[in-house]
Design a protein around this ligand. Structure first.
Ligand code: NAD
Length: 479
């Protein structure tokens, strides 16, 4: 029987009777998996009111007690890891191995944020006055809203809720309408952990409905959004009348630079891995390559050989595939149209270049394109698919300049064995992250933050945690 997903509000699952529902399907075979409610404004308001009511007493708990609840949730995630990974693969399409990593990483991330409980420190600042002390306190912001994309749907719940909750905020999560099932499973674990009602709430819905209501609500004190640049701009506009705090993790167009001094085998492997993980649907993965002319032919040969070995298919039917389908029909059509336009503009496809044969699932062939130029859309816009466009450059300086000439500024990478080149790239690349001689993928203790249109603020580590706090400075005259 098709599962009917029920919102989780004020510690209870509530039936979506009277709400419209939409289908959730497996992108590998179109199987109907569940129906998710399209929450309306009344439902969103109910969740926000619950979060608002719960917040003062949640903040008043010692942080170590809040950490205890987070640890319980992490333990429950580990105990249910196999079923959770299966659900993620079924509704999103990533290979099972990656879904298992996502689940394990999510549990570790929640534990990591719980570890901050005893370290959310304020400051004591010397005063200019005799008999006065100045204290800088870190306070919770209040009610937060987490609006999520579909590409790492389970992990992104934790990336929002764990720093929000450990710092004393409450949260309303809206998962992507493409991949809501795992979020409802997450809510079940929250219920089992007996988190106080209202601290964590989950409402299903689409962008125009629940997403927009959350963005424009005066009850929300901070919106933490991960998704596309276009939606980020809409959310910023909707939040403007209330001056709601924003944390926006948006799209990327990560450059990978391969110099004449690179270990070409390492570069080919890292760039291929980074391009095909999650079928190319990762904000930080290598989306464009600049290779120095002296090694261009050799690198292209190696990276194309690696891409040619990538096998795709339905990840649950064949657990040995490297790549599942794209998330939906629009994603597939978008990738196919971009490749066609690049071809029309003079780029040459040397591997793949089309929708995969057969009618099961939204598969696109692993693709390599050469003779790409900086003015082509394929080098400038986010592809979000397993397509690697390559441009030959004459120097590292040229590669850095082309990399920076982008609307996006999330991640970047350089492959070289020359320390001077590596440092020149780190100093020259204007990106939130730069990877040297390794694939693009961040760590939970780093700081994942995009420049330019890739975002406002960031996530992870100490700096990501502090985004969920605001300061209060106390001037105490006591002498
Ligand atoms: P999307 O912007 O289409 O949707 C994301 C979420 O926003 C969904 O829950 C959707 O319902 C909601 N939404 C849509 N319109 C809205 C509106 N007007 N108001 C409020 N909410 C609205 O993004 P997507 O296609 O789900 O995800 C892919 C994008 O996410 C890519 O661009 C990718 O680069 C980006 N992303 C970024 C990061 C990062 O850390 N920077 C991580 C993962 C994904």
């Amino acid at each position: 029987m098709t599962r009917q997903l029920e919102n989780f509000i004020d510690g209870r699952f509530v039936s979506g009777d009277g709400l419209e529902h939409i289908d959730v399907r497996n992108p590998a075979n179109n199987e109907l998996l569940a129906r998710v409610p399209l929450s309306d404004q009344a439902v969103v308001d109910e969740a926000l009111l619950a979060a608002k009511r719960a917040q003062p007493s949640w903040e008043a708990l010692p942080a170590i007690q809040r950490a205890g609840y987070l640890r319980k949730i992490a333990t429950l995630i580990r105990a249910n890891a196999a079923a959770l990974a299966d659900t993620i693969t079924r509704e999103q399409g990533k290979v099972l191995g990656l879904a298992q990593v996502e689940v394990a990483f999510t549990a570790d991330y929640i534990d990591y944020m719980a570890e901050w409980a005893r370290r959310i420190e304020g400051e004591v600042i010397p005063s200019d006055r005799a008999g006065e002390s100045i204290f800088l306190m870190r306070r919770a912001i209040g009610v937060t809203a987490g609006i999520l994309p579909w590409n790492f749907p389970f992990f992104l719940i934790a990336r929002k809720m764990a720093p929000a909750l450990i710092t004393g905020n409450t949260i309303v999560i809206k998962p992507s309408e493409e991949t809501p099932i795992n979020a409802y499973d997450f809510a079940r674990l929250v219920a089992q952990a007996e988190l106080p009602p209202g601290v964590f709430n989950l409402v299903g819905g689409n962008g125009a409905g629940a997403g927009a209501h959350l963005s424009e609500s005066p009850m929300v004190n901070m919106i933490s959004f991960t998704g596309s640049v276009a939606t980020g701009k809409r959310i910023m506009a909707a939040a403007a009348p209330n001056l709601t705090r924003l944390n926006l993790e948006l799209g990327g167009k990560a450059p990978a630079i391969v110099t004449a001094q690179a270990d070409l085998d390492m570069a080919a492997k890292a760039i291929c891995d980074s391009r095909v993980i999650n079928t190319g649907q990762v904000c930080n993965c290598a989306e464009r390559v600049y290779v120095e002319r002296a090694v261009a032919n050799a690198f292209i040969e190696k990276v194309t050989a690696r891409m040619a070995e990538v096998r795709y298919g339905d990840p649950l039917a064949d657990p040995t595939v490297h790549m599942g389908p794209l998330v939906n029909r629009q994603g597939l059509d978008k990738v196919a149209a971009m490749v066609e336009r690049a071809r029309g503009a003079g780029a040459e496809v040397i591997l793949g270049g089309s929708v995969a044969p057969g009618d099961q699932g939204y598969h696109y062939l692993p693709t390599v394109m050469i003779n790409c130029r900086h003015d082509m859309e394929i080098m400038r816009a986010e592809i979000f698919g397993p397509v690697l466009p390559i441009q030959v450059v004459d120097s590292l300086d040229e590669a850095i300049a082309l990399s920076n000439d982008s609307e996006f500024g999330l991640t970047s990478s350089i492959f070289t064995r020359d320390l001077k080149e590596a440092m020149a790239a780190c100093n020259g690349l204007r990106f939130g992250e730069t990877y040297v001689n390794r694939e693009h993928f961040e760590a939970m203790q780093g700081f994942h933050a995009g420049r330019r249109h890739s975002g406002v603020g960031g996530a992870d580590g100490k700096h990501g945690l502090l985004e969920y706090t605001e300061t209060q400075v106390v001037y105490m005259q006591h002498g």
